[in-house]
Ligand binder design. Structure first.
Ligand code: RRO
Length: 308
């Protein structure tokens, strides 16, 4: 069984890599993903200047997934661009960019352009955890304005990280909007399901501290929502790549994401809980599942979901 893939001129030995935010804040964490079985790696979303993030506790895992309100803790964009500059590129590197304003994003992307680093930006339009700042991609007019300006500043291929949508009209409107931008080559679906609330029953207390306990959900809680978003965006944007993210913890969920049309898939909660060994394990499970089903490569089943 062959798990390799090629897209946008990049070769990946495996379709699995980390979701931005997990195992990617420091060089040491990025090196661990680079040295693992992951097919690629992506950095923590960065801002113009370093950020501590929200007060702790700000992440909690349960049997069914995770809740987080990290608040964009990161080392500032030069740290990640410098990492990219010294990276050996034995696998593709993505940098996640999440400015506090459109101007900040344009500034960072202009620098990335001028440095000619061979990495692709995934522009985060969907952070759910900044008090007072709504997720940009829930505002369709603001998203159009951002992509117009980004396309003027950044001539290369780029992608966006989308929040989950929950209505077919929104899928269609966002897909039509994204299809207008030629430089936009991929969308990553989905960011965490924003502003859920998990409660510890015994103590009758929230599990995390920021925002009265509200935070982005990941893991099993979000798998069906992630699959729906991957499926609909893959169907509505046939000329773009969709990267699947949400609820992957074994070969089975990775297979389902790819069946829905994902080019590659990212692991968040499961990677946080298990560590980088998750990549080899899930890859092995995916290969076994494909062999059982008689598939030799990812293209044999990618996007071939059957409906009733
Ligand atoms: O840092 C975070 O709180 C965070 C971000 Br930027 C994001 O995009 N998604 C998420 O679940 N957490």
């Amino acid at each position: 069984v062959d798990l390799s893939l090629e897209w946008l001129g990049m070769r990946m030995a495996s379709p699995l890599y980390n979701a931005s935010g997990v195992m990617c804040r420091t060089r040491e964490e990025l090196d661990a993903v680079a040295g693992s079985a992951a097919g690629a790696l992506i950095t923590k979303s960065c801002t113009l200047t370093p950020r501590e993030g929200n007060p702790e506790p700000r992440y909690h895992a349960t049997a069914l997934g995770s809740i987080n309100s990290m608040g964009l803790p990161n080392e500032g964009y030069p740290y990640y661009f410098d990492y990219a500059q010294q990276f050996d590129y034995r696998k593709p590197l993505f940098v996640s960019v999440s400015g506090m304003s459109l101007e900040d994003n344009l500034f960072m992307l202009a620098d990335l352009r001028d440095r000619h680093l061979p990495c692709l930006p995934e522009i985060n339009l969907s952070c759910p955890n900044l008090p007072g700042k709504p997720q940009l991609a829930y505002d369709f007019a603001a998203t159009a304005e951002a992509l117009e300006k980004i396309s003027q500043v950044y001539p290369g291929a780029f992608g966006v990280k989308l929040p989950p949508y929950f209505d077919p009209v929104h899928f269609a409107q966002m897909a039509a909007l994204l299809n207008r931008f030629e430089g936009l080559r991929f969308v990553t679906c989905i960011n965490s399901v924003g502003n859920g609330l998990l409660i510890d029953l015994a103590s009758e207390t929230t599990l995390i501290s920021p925002k009265g306990g509200l935070g982005g959900l990941g893991g099993d809680y979000v798998l069906p929502t992630a699959l729906a978003n991957v499926r609909e965006f893959a169907r509505l944007m046939p000329d773009k790549h969709v990267i699947g993210c949400g609820g992957i913890k074994s070969g089975a969920e990775a297979f389902m994401h790819i069946l829905c049309g994902a080019t590659a898939v990212q692991i968040g909660t499961c990677l946080h809980e298990e560590g980088v060994g998750a990549f080899a394990r899930i890859q092995h499970e995916l290969a076994e599942l494909m062999a059982q089903k008689g598939y030799q490569c990812l293209a044999d089943f990618r996007g071939r979901l059957k409906t009733l």
